[in-house]
Design a protein around this ligand. Structure first.
Ligand code: SF4
Ligand code: SF4
Length: 172
């Protein structure tokens, strides 16, 4: 036998009961959050740690002997889905050796306004030259400043860094 339809008064009571239960749950959630300790971070003085897999600003790396890792192969530019990398390669010579390979990047630029931080360039690079670091404070005040040149991307020569650290240590 089919269920008898509920009288309108009973239906309204059930609906009101459900809404009261929902309201009580919402208030419970609000009060339990209000009693938790504050999680405010005093940015920019304090910063929350980035995940190890975070992909931020790019860097061009060097070997320990100071040579640039980039061999100008353009695989990163080919892999970039938005076409924001420009690489112009040049030959290394015995008098002017920049990288261990036959060629090096004479020009290396990334248009950071177009970059979507997907990390494909890093994955495509055969010598781990281009990497995405943890830095995320990239705001600036003109479009031109978002074209990151090779000079901006290249990490310092490790030999110079060691000299500076040694110099600072001997002065202390
Ligand atoms: S992170 Fe992605 S979008 Fe940005 S330069 Fe690399 S490949 Fe291109
Ligand atoms: S960064 Fe890597 S993939 Fe890009 S040109 Fe240099 S060596 Fe090739």
């Amino acid at each position: 036998m089919a269920d008898e339809p509920r009288p309108p008064r009973q239906t309204a009571q059930l609906s009101l009961g459900k809404e009261l239960v929902g309201l009580a749950k919402s208030l419970g959630a609000t009060f339990s959050e209000a009693l938790k300790p504050s999680m405010t971070v005093q940015y920019p003085e304090d910063k929350t740690p980035r995940s190890e897999r975070y992909r931020g600003r790019h860097y061009l790396r060097r070997y320990d002997n100071g040579l640039e890792r980039c061999i100008g192969c353009e695989l990163c530019a080919a892999a970039c889905p938005v076409g924001c990398i420009l690489v112009i390669a040049s030959e290394n010579t015995p008098e002017h050796r920049v990288s261990p390979g036959e060629r090096h990047a004479k020009v290396y630029e990334i248009n950071m306004l177009r970059c979507i931080f997907c990390g494909y360039c890093e994955e495509a690079c055969p010598v781990q030259a281009i990497v995405l670091g943890p830095e995320y404070e990239l705001a600036d005040d003109s479009r031109e400043k978002f074209i990151y040149t090779k000079e901006m991307l290249l990490e310092p020569d490790p030999r110079e860094v060691v000299k500076e650290v040694d110099g600072a240590g001997s002065k202390a």
